[in-house]
Ligand binder design. Structure first.
Ligand SMILES: [Zn+2]
Ligand SMILES: [Zn+2]
Length: 135
């Protein structure tokens, strides 16, 4: 994995905002993780605030894989709820603050990811439940 700017330099990590590989020189570490310099650093800061509040809602949602179907189902619901509010929040922001349209789109995409994660979690819960019953 090479830095997206310096194609001959090995990447040190991925930007949390855009997901591109960054070398030592290009990466900015804001204490929470790596980002590109510029807009990504700004997005990452806002993202931290959002994730903090999402985490407050779904504490434990990112727990280990040794989850029971019940826990998975609850987490799936929490993810889906968080995803839904991200998507709605993104739409509200893009409606009212056109200059933040890029950020809003990003939040909507993130919300979509959360919704997918929630759906996957719910599906997995169902499958685990079925498997348990089969035993
Ligand atoms: Zn970036
Ligand atoms: Zn670089």
């Amino acid at each position: 994995m090479m830095c997206f700017v310096h194609e001959s330099v090995a990447g040190r990590g991925l930007c949390r905002a855009c997901g591109r590989a960054l070398c030592e020189e290009c990466a900015t570490d804001d204490g929470h993780g790596l980002t590109c310099a510029g807009p990504c650093a700004e997005i990452a800061l806002r993202l931290d605030a959002l994730l903090d509040s999402a985490e407050a809602h779904g504490r434990g949602a990112t727990g280990a894989l040794r989850q029971t179907p019940g826990v998975l189902a609850v987490n799936g619901g929490v993810y889906a709820l968080a995803g839904g509010s991200f998507v709605i929040g993104g739409m509200i922001v893009s409606d009212h603050e056109p200059e933040m349209a890029a950020f809003a789109t990003w939040i909507e995409v993130l919300g979509g990811v959360f919704l997918l994660a929630g759906a996957a979690s719910l599906l997995l819960a169902r499958r685990l439940k079925t498997a348990t019953h089969a035993d």
